[in-house]
Design a protein around this ligand. Structure first.
Ligand SMILES: *[C@@H]1O[C@H](CO)[C@@H](O)[C@H](O)[C@H]1NC(C)=O
Length: 185
C-alpha cells in the first residue's frame, strides 16, 4: 500500500516540476526573441520592468546588440521625455492663477531646461567616448527631475502635478547612466 502511494506522489511532484519549468522556459524564449541585451542591461537599473518596456518602446531596440546603440536610444528617450514634460509644465504655468503654484512650476521650467541641457551635452561626450561624463550628465539630469519634485514639498506643501513626469525622466536618465557606467573603461 505504502509503495504505490509514494510513487504516485513522486509522479505528482514530477508533474509539478514540469509545470513549473514550462512557463519559465516559455518566458525565456520570448525574451530571446528581442535579444537578451535589454533584459540583461535593465537588471542593473533601479526599475528593470520600467527599463525593459521603455527601451522596447523604441522600434530601433529590436535590432540592437551593442551597448553604445542602446545608450543612444536611452538618451533619446530621456530627451524626448524631458521635452514633452517641459512643454506640459510651460502650459501649466500659463494656465495657473495661483502665484505659489506658478512659482513652483517656474522652478520646474528651469530644472527641465537644466535637464535638457545636460542630456544635450552627452552628444559631445559620446563622440569622444567619455562615458564617465555621460554617466555624470545623466545622473545630473535625473537630479533636476528630483529638484522639480522637491519644489512642491516646500512649505506650503502642494500636491505635485508632475510626479509621474519627474519619475519617468528620473528612471529614463537612470537607464542611460547605468549603460554609460557599463561602457566606462
Ligand atoms: C516618457 O516616458 C514614459 C515611459 O517610457 C512614457 O510612458 C511617456 O509617454 C513618455 N512621455 C513623453 C512625453 O515622451
Amino acid at each position: 500500500m505504502a509503495f504505490p502511494y509514494s510513487s504516485s506522489s513522486l509522479l505528482i511532484s514530477l508533474l509539478h516540476v514540469l509545470l513549473f519549468i514550462d512557463p519559465s522556459f516559455a518566458r525565456t524564449n520570448t525574451d530571446t526573441l528581442g535579444g537578451t541585451l535589454v533584459p540583461e542591461v535593465c537588471q542593473s537599473t533601479p526599475n528593470p520592468g520600467f527599463c525593459v518596456s521603455a527601451l522596447n518602446s523604441d522600434p530601433r531596440t529590436i535590432d540592437i546588440n551593442d551597448l553604445d546603440a542602446l545608450l543612444e536610444v536611452s538618451l533619446d528617450l530621456a530627451s524626448s521625455n524631458a521635452t514633452g514634460a517641459s512643454n506640459k509644465i510651460r502650459s501649466l504655468v500659463l494656465k495657473t492663477r495661483d502665484p505659489v503654484l506658478k512659482a513652483r512650476l517656474e522652478v520646474c521650467v528651469n530644472e527641465y531646461d537644466g535637464a535638457l541641457e545636460g542630456i544635450e551635452e552627452t552628444n559631445e561626450f559620446l563622440k569622444s567616448g567619455d562615458y564617465d561624463s555621460v554617466n555624470l550628465a545623466a545622473l545630473g539630469a535625473a537630479n533636476h527631475a528630483d529638484s522639480c519634485e522637491g519644489a512642491f514639498k516646500q512649505s506650503p506643501v502642494y500636491q505635485s502635478p508632475l510626479s509621474t513626469d519627474n519619475l519617468n525622466l528620473k528612471l529614463l536618465c537612470d537607464i542611460a547612466a547605468a549603460i554609460a557606467k557599463m561602457l566606462e573603461a
